[in-house]
Every structure is written in structure tokens, then in C-alpha cells.
Design a protein around this ligand. Structure first.
Ligand code: E4P
Length: 217
């Protein structure tokens, strides 16, 4: 499963990219606003930092506006993925931009039939927001499983990008459900490394090693 980081904080992304485990990045208008810097240089800096797919979202709501914004974003770098909302206009823009060779990420997906439409529109990625479904008392992971089945039934190659991730369990379950990618907030990514038994085990190994008086170098 590809690991993307869900952030527009360039310093944080540089730190996480140094792990060598980051395959791509997703941003959205809220994350760009939170980062507090202009969108175009911010997205360009992220594209230069990480060679994988970098999603940047159009904010127009009509086809022509989204296509114009998508074309501008695509000028930034070859690894740009134009993010478009799952609306009728958004999917029309997805078809137009896909025909022009763009990579696209259809976002704000909350149902399997929406995901079916996105695949038919040629989306490179579909982003089901499982955390927001869970927040509302629905089963976000069930949506990932449904989309996996539908895409496999018909051989769609749109990649399932599990989004709105809240916990390490979400990452585990998305991987088990067959998501192609998972976009993870920085704090959750850092938490993936953690296990209390790892910490205790390491502490004991180091204590015993110190008592032995040995060195390796
Ligand atoms: C995905 O591309 C979105 O940026 C993101 O995962 C949304 O997550 P949230 O529900 O935590 O805002």
C-alpha cells in the first residue's frame, strides 16, 4: 500500500520524507489555509520535495473554472494530481483533464456509487473519507470494501486512496480492505511506529547491554 501524507506543512513533510516511506502527499483547501502560505509556491515546494503524486485541489465549482485551475496546477510539476470534488461538474472536469493527460484525484467520496461514477470519469484516484463517515456514526471501512469489490468486478484501475484517516487502526483496516493508498496525517504516521512493547523491549536490551560493559565500535 502506498503511504501518502495529508498535509501542506512543507517543513513537516520534509521531516517525514526523510524516512523514505512517503510515496506522495495530499492537500486540500483547508490544509493550505492552515499552512498559511500561498498555494502555488507551497505545492511546488512539495512537488520538488517528494517525487510521487502530489494532490492539489481546484476550488472553482464549475467545469470551466476547475479545468482552468487544474491546468494552472499542472504547470507546476509533472507529479501534480488535480483534486476535484465529487460533483457533476467535478466529474465533467475530471473527464476533460484526464483526456488532456492529467492525473486526477476525485475527493469527498462518501458512497460506492459515487466511486463508480469517478472510475467511469477516468479518475486516477478516488478518495473515500472514512473518518468523516465514522464521525457521523456510519461505517467508513465498509465503504472501502464496497469500492474494492466494485472496481475489481469491472476491472477499473482507479486507485482507492483511503482518506480522512484518524488512527493507526484505520491504516491497518484500509490495508486489509485492499485500499491502494492511504493518506495519513503526520501525527498518525508517527504513531504507526509506536508500540509499548517495542519501547519496553528496547529499554531492557540497552540496560542489559550497558551492564555487560561491551561496545560494538
Ligand atoms: C484527503 O485528501 C483529505 O485531505 C483528508 O484526508 C480529509 O481528512 P479530514 O476528514 O481529517 O479533514
Amino acid at each position: 500500500m502506498q503511504i501518502f501524507i495529508d498535509s501542506a506543512d512543507v517543513a513537516e513533510l520534509a521531516d517525514l520524507a526523510a524516512t523514505g516511506l512517503v510515496d506522495g502527499v495530499t492537500t486540500n483547501p483547508s490544509l493550505i489555509a492552515k499552512a498559511g502560505k500561498p498555494i502555488l509556491p507551497t505545492v511546488k515546494a512539495i512537488c520538488d520535495l517528494i517525487p510521487g503524486p502530489i494532490s492539489a485541489e481546484a476550488v472553482a465549482t464549475d467545469h470551466d473554472g476547475m479545468v482552468a485551475e487544474g491546468r494552472r496546477l499542472m504547470e507546476l510539476a509533472p507529479n501534480i494530481v488535480v483534486k476535484l470534488p465529487l460533483t457533476m461538474e467535478g466529474l465533467k472536469a475530471c473527464r476533460t483533464l484526464t483526456a488532456e493527460g492529467a492525473q486526477t484525484n476525485v475527493t469527498l467520496c462518501f458512497s460506492a456509487v459515487q466511486a463508480l461514477l469517478a472510475a467511469k470519469a477516468g479518475a486516477t484516484f478516488i478518495s473515500p473519507f472514512l473518518g468523516r463517515l465514522d464521525d457521523g456514526g456510519q461505517d467508513g471501512m465498509a465503504l472501502i470494501r464496497e469500492i474494492r469489490t466494485i472496481y475489481d468486478n469491472y476491472g477499473y484501475d482507479t486507485e482507492i486512496l483511503a482518506a480522512s484517516i484518524r488512527t493507526p487502526l484505520h491504516v491497518r483496516d484500509a490495508a486489509l480492505a485492499g485500499a491502494d493508498c492511504c493518506t495519513i496525517p503526520p501525527a498518525v504516521f508517527r504513531a504507526l511506529y509506536k508500540h509499548v512493547l517495542t519501547d519496553i523491549g528496547l529499554e531492557n536490551f540497552l540496560k542489559d547491554w550497558k551492564a555487560s560493559g561491551q561496545t560494538i565500535l
